[in-house]
Design a protein around this ligand. Structure first.
Ligand SMILES: C[S@@+](CC[C@H](N)C(=O)[O-])C[C@H]1O[C@@H](n2cnc3c(N)ncnc32)[C@H](O)[C@@H]1O
Length: 204
């Protein structure tokens, strides 16, 4: 089978590659947009679903997609184990289409899979599918001349420039922007990442 991302094989086993602890910023997101009745979340590149399922457990109506069959299989499995419903399916960040608008759009560690020619259209799409007052959370790996490319970098991933993500939301209200360098051991080889994060609100 020809696969586009190494995550397809890394997600094969029963263990959860990224663990089951929800992402660092989820509490902040929940505070900014609490789970009122019918509050809709879209998780773009949900992996094995740890964050999407956690959001469903908090009471959000969650839709989530990822390119990997194994990721979606395990997302559904986790939702079933935790007794929540979630709309999880295979799709591609480059070409996905959804109906309606969302209160929270969440994407962690996936936007670097956008092909250059799709970047502009992606942000126009986010603008359309975010409800007025809704929140977008995105983080993305960025290039630093003093850091080496991570050993588990996929062939379709492309480093963003430092600060580039923030310019894509110039007309939105910034709730948080930051850039951090952190150590990771995800493939058994210690390495460093630099990551830019934005949480912003669509004002109108
Ligand atoms: C760094 S992981 C993050 C996973 C998840 N968001 C998490 O934090 O646990 C990147 C994810 O992007 C997914 N991915 C790779 N290419 C993609 C694409 N073209 N469209 C959607 N997802 C993709 C991978 O399968 C992987 O699950």
């Amino acid at each position: 089978m020809s696969i586009r991302t190494n995550y397809e094989k890394w997600y094969e086993g029963e263990d959860y590659y990224w663990g089951l602890e929800p992402g660092d910023f989820l509490e902040e997101l929940i505070r900014l947009c609490p789970p009122a009745e019918g509050c809709k979340v879209l998780d773009i590149g949900c992996g094995e679903g740890k964050d999407a399922v956690y959001m469903a457990q908090q009471g959000y109506d969650v839709t989530a997609f990822d390119l990997t069959e194994n990721g979606i299989r395990k997302t559904r499995l986790l939702a079933g184990k935790r007794g929540v419903k979630i709309n999880a399916y295979i799709d591609d960040i480059n070409t996905f289409e959804v109906d309606g608008q969302y209160d929270i759009i969440y994407s962690t560690g996936t936007v670097q899979y956008l092909f250059d020619e799709n970047k502009k259209g992606f942000f126009e799409k986010l603008e359309k599918i975010t409800k007025p007052g809704g929140i977008v959370f995105i983080n993305v790996f960025v290039e630093k001349s003093f850091l080496e490319l991570p050993p588990d970098w996929d062939k379709e991933e492309k480093m963003w420039k430092s600060g580039e993500l923030f310019t894509c939301f110039a007309d939105w209200k910034m709730e948080r922007i930051d850039e951090v360098i952190f150590e990771d051991n995800s493939c058994g080889i210690p390495h460093f990442h630099c990551m830019d994060t934005i949480i912003c609100r669509k004002v109108k």
